[in-house]
Design a protein around this ligand. Structure first.
Ligand SMILES: *Cc1c(COP(=O)(O)O)cnc(C)c1O
Length: 457
């Protein structure tokens, strides 16, 4: 009989991966973690503190993955950890209403309430329903949009990632982009046909799709600023055009702020565009990542009249055993309370220091590249100009990323293992951490320069 329990925790990355491969598909529980696009053995992490993570072999890295977003204040921030501990001590969950959920929703609504240039109050969302993952938030958002409008079709942009529900995987970013696949098996043609995919930042394609199908479109879903094909900001005013176009045709705009929420500004990308004088009115907004402070928590916010269509008030069903889990809401609330104005002032500064240093290192080696920005988030493209859409994002020297990534890792810097992912800095990335990244950038730039394009087939 095959036995699996060894009674020993793996002490090397190779051993951990070997054992993982025997019990888990691909050895991982989320595909990009498997290092398939950069090659090599994935690093198994054991702990994290501030800007650093440590693997099972005891090697420390400056971390630029940041849990894919939630580590806004760095890993294991004392106040966040204390809030989590205190909540754990009161019980792990009840499956009943609890006051922490109310307090978190109040914190979020407060952040999403701003004063417009005319002195009038502007509200990004009016109500919030908590769920457990970003995938659930966007899945519920599109069900709600269809329930509210009575229409079937959804418009999404190529290269945008909204989680892995059936309707949202066509030409998606993140792992779908990393693995170079068009979508997913297991989705029926009928479902796929209800999602129309158009190029990002393309006013003409938008006009055409609404001219052809306007009265059957329930919603446009967009990343408020795209960050899952590398970062690709919306053209100025593009989000407003999306809102206006949707509304002119009786459709809704769903702004996916799972990545940008509470990162691009205290009030997310919406807050940033409000401040920059190009406000837009999304009907529904999704949150994830930072909102849970590192635990599984996400949210769906929006207009009260639409949110009130959710059960128990309305006919659109959504529920969750773990929704609004008390440990997760306490942790998320501590994260939001800890992320004051100084954090949002610091993030772009430290991100620019890192990006500038990297860019100099790449230029010194003659590597064609550009740094693209959405708020305080950036990514590197191995091409001369910043892309405006997915086709352009894919048109780069992708082969340079693997060697670049591994040189960074060998010199103690952990990057997202894909050229199509944004880099995540945190408020804990201090001068020492930045110095270590920039020191690693020199050999990494050499590795990128030396990388050979695959032979044309
Ligand atoms: C991460 C992400 C999601 C999915 O969130 P999960 O919690 O991984 O399901 C959805 N939308 C965007 C923009 C994301 O970055």
């Amino acid at each position: 009989m095959t036995r699996f329990i060894s009674g020993r925790t793996p002490t090397t990355n190779a051993e951990a991966f070997d054992r993982a491969l025997r019990v888990t598909p691909g050895g991982v529980n989320s595909p990009v973690r498997a290092f398939r696009s950069v090659g090599g053995t994935p690093v198994f992490l054991a702990s994290g503190r501030g800007p650093y993570v440590v693997d099972v072999e005891g090697t420390e890295y400056v971390d630029l993955v940041g849990q894919w977003g939630p580590a806004l204040l760095g890993h294991a921030h004392p106040e966040v950890i204390a809030a989590a501990h205190a909540a754990v001590d009161r019980g792990l969950g009840f499956g009943a209403a609890s006051t922490g959920e109310v307090e978190l929703a109040e914190l979020v609504l407060d952040r999403l309430t701003l004063t417009g240039p005319d002195g009038a109050e502007r509200r990004g969302i009016e109500k919030l329903r908590l769920v457990s993952t970003g995938t659930e938030a966007t899945m519920t958002a599109i069900r709600l949009a269809r329930g509210a409008t009575g229409r079937p079709l959804l418009v999404k942009f190529a290269g945008h990632y909204h989680g892995h529900s059936d309707s949202l995987l066509s030409e998606a970013g993140s792992g779908i982009a990393t693995l170079g696949i068009p979508g997913s098996a297991g989705i029926t043609p009928e479902t796929a046909a209800q999602t129309i995919v158009i190029p990002y930042n393309d006013e003409d394609a938008l006009a055409e799709v609404f001219a052809a199908h306007g009265d059957r479109i329930a919603a446009i879903i967009t990343e408020a600023a795209a960050a899952n094909m590398g970062v690709v900001p919306p053209k100025p005013g593009f989000n407003r055009l999306l809102a206006d176009t949707a509304h002119a045709h009786g459709a809704l705009l769903i702004a996916d702020e799972v990545m940008t929420g509470f990162r691009a500004s205290a009030a997310g990308w919406w807050g940033l565009e409000e401040r920059e004088g190009v406000p837009y009115d999304a009907d529904l907004t999704t949150f994830g990542k930072i909102i849970g402070g590192g635990l599984p928590l996400a949210g769906l916010g929006g207009r009260a009249d639409i949110l009130d269509l959710l059960a128990p008030l309305g006919p659109v069903y959504q529920a969750g055993t773990l929704s609004g889990n008390p440990v997760a809401v306490a942790t998320g609330a501590a994260m939001l309370r800890g992320a004051g104005p100084e954090v949002y002032e610091y993030l772009p500064r430290v991100a620019h220091e890192i990006a500038d240093g990297l860019s100099s290192a790449l230029s010194a080696e003659g590597v064609a590249h550009t740094v693209a920005w959405t708020g305080s988030q950036f990514s590197i493209f191995f091409r001369d100009t910043a892309p405006q859409n997915y086709a352009e994002a894919q048109d780069q020297d992708v082969f340079r990323f693997g060697p670049f990534f591994h040189a960074m890792l060998d010199h103690g810097v952990s990057l997202p293992p894909s050229v199509y992912e944004a880099w995540f800095v945190s408020a804990a990335h201090d001068a020492t951490a930045v110095e270590r990244v920039l020191a690693a950038a020199v050999p990494a730039a050499k590795a990128a320069a030396a990388a050979k394009a695959p032979a044309a087939s």
